[in-house]
Write a new protein. Sequence first.
Length: 159
Amino acid sequence: MLALEVALAGSDPVPTMVFDEVDAGVGGRAAVEIGRRLARLALRHQVIVVTHLPQVAAYADRHLVVSKSRGGGRTSSDVRTLADGERIVELARMLAGLDDTDTGRAHAEELLGAARAHREADRAELNGRGNGAARDGSVTAAGGGSRAGRSGRKVTARG
């Protein structure tokens, strides 16, 4: 579905596209490429992506955390936007599976830097081809904890 949406993006009048775990079953380099393609798609559309992969979430302009809690016979969900520092901690947790490690933080910062460089290069390429100005898109990623602890999903939105 993602490949079809990317191929048809220039002729698709739909302003918002939602992908729920479009990255299921992939990781590593493939996940980075999915994140990059979603970011490219978001140059012309608002894109919302639900993901558990830090490689995809790193391409978000905004990172949201969705958490679930149970108590008193009730289940409730909460969504909050992460500040830049919180985003590094969340991506590190997603990468390492641990709450906060120096190695995880370094990897998260590297991943965010690479994603930022890719987005800037893709935006410049699109503008250089004369295909109209790229929209100032925004990406949102949301997440919480592991399946055993807090239930978390990443939501990425651009546009």
